[in-house]
Write a protein that binds this ligand. Structure first.
Ligand code: CP
Length: 317
């Protein structure tokens, strides 16, 4: 595997989940693969889970790991070509990328959407430049439009917890005080779209996601109706995608918060969220602390999704 930025890069999803579960059963079975290999993890944005789980995954494979927080201690990077660099950005990504490629074997990049210019965000300029100019396999640790390591972990988690061959999975928008990218929601749609699950998306009017990601999924604007009989409830906030409202918060309506009354509409559903989560905005204390909440198991599987991707990349070197 030379790149991992979207669901299509994983190949047949059942094989990928099978491989991931084998890794989970014996996560030190492939320590020889990473010997004398170095992973560079590059963060343009903050992280807790991605940083720790990916580093742990690389260590399980015997790799050396370097982590660079671009905004703390590195030169400020210009990402646009053609800019007269007379401001505060001292280095261009077009030099920085091949230089970083000299020091490592695999690169992971986290670079969120700016939420100002939809076209620019959806071109995925930053990670695409890493793929083009680093000379190394590159994987996304959340880019502008997708978070594939999260979605792969989500799929592994659903497969582990499902009690029906074809569960009903509901992605529900939930309120948040700040504008967040669509990446987790887009990616969840893309990965669940690989399966034959009964997949429903619910959100207030104005929060429609790109059809590129939602595909044939059913969109139900009545959240209670969407939750009826659900086996998994995946809550997430995202800012508006459509038109002039791109990147805006259109609603903080707390009637969309997932609470016990809403969970009672489901078929004893499991509650999922990628974390970090704003309690009593996205989900009530009661629900996230309930036995139905599998958010910690979901986060634990981030190590497994990352290790599966890194293993495949090491095998391709
Ligand atoms: N879910 C997730 O990617 O968490 P972090 O932002 O903490 O890495």
């Amino acid at each position: 595997m030379k790149k991992f930025t979207c669901a299509g890069d994983i190949g047949p999803w059942r094989e990928a989940v099978k491989e991931a579960l084998e890794i989970k059963r014996d996560r030190f079975a492939h320590t020889h693969l990473g010997r004398n290999r170095t992973l560079l993890m590059l963060f343009f944005n903050s992280s807790l889970r991605t940083r720790l789980s990916t580093q742990k995954a690389a260590m399980n494979l015997g790799m050396n790991v370097m982590v660079l927080d671009v905004n703390q201690g590195a030169w400020k990077l210009e990402t646009e070509r053609g800019v007269v660099m007379d401001g505060d950005k001292a280095e261009h990504l077009l030099e920085a990328i091949p230089v970083m490629g000299c020091y490592c074997d695999i690169i992971g990049v986290r670079s969120f959407a700016g939420l100002k210019d939809r076209e620019s965000d959806y071109q995925e300029k930053v990670i695409e430049q890493f793929i083009r100019y680093s000379g190394r396999p590159v994987f996304s640790m959340e880019a502008a439009t997708r978070h594939p390591l999260q979605s792969f972990a989500d799929l592994i988690t659903i497969e582990e917890h499902k009690t029906k061959e074809r569960p009903k999975v509901v992605l529900t928008w939930a309120p948040h005080p700040k504008a967040l990218p669509q990446a987790v929601a887009n990616s969840f749609c893309e990965w669940i779209g690989l399966t034959d699950y009964d997949f429903v998306i619910t959100h207030p009017h104005g929060y429609e996601l790109s059809p590129q990601f939602t595909g044939n999924a059913r969109v139900v604007y009545d959240q209670d109706a969407a939750l009826d009989g659900a086996d998994f409830v995946y809550a997430k906030n995202w800012s508006a995608y459509a038109g002039d409202n791109y990147g805006k918060v259109l609603s903080t309506d707390r009637s969309w918060t997932i609470d016990s009354r809403k969970m009672a509409l489901t078929d004893n559903a499991m509650f999922m969220h990628c974390l970090p989560v704003r309690r009593n905005m996205i989900v009530t204390d009661e629900v996230i602390e309930s036995p139905q909440s599998i958010v910690i198991a979901e986060a634990a599987n981030r190590e497994i999704s990352a290790q599966t991707v890194l293993k495949r990349m090491l095998e391709s070197l």
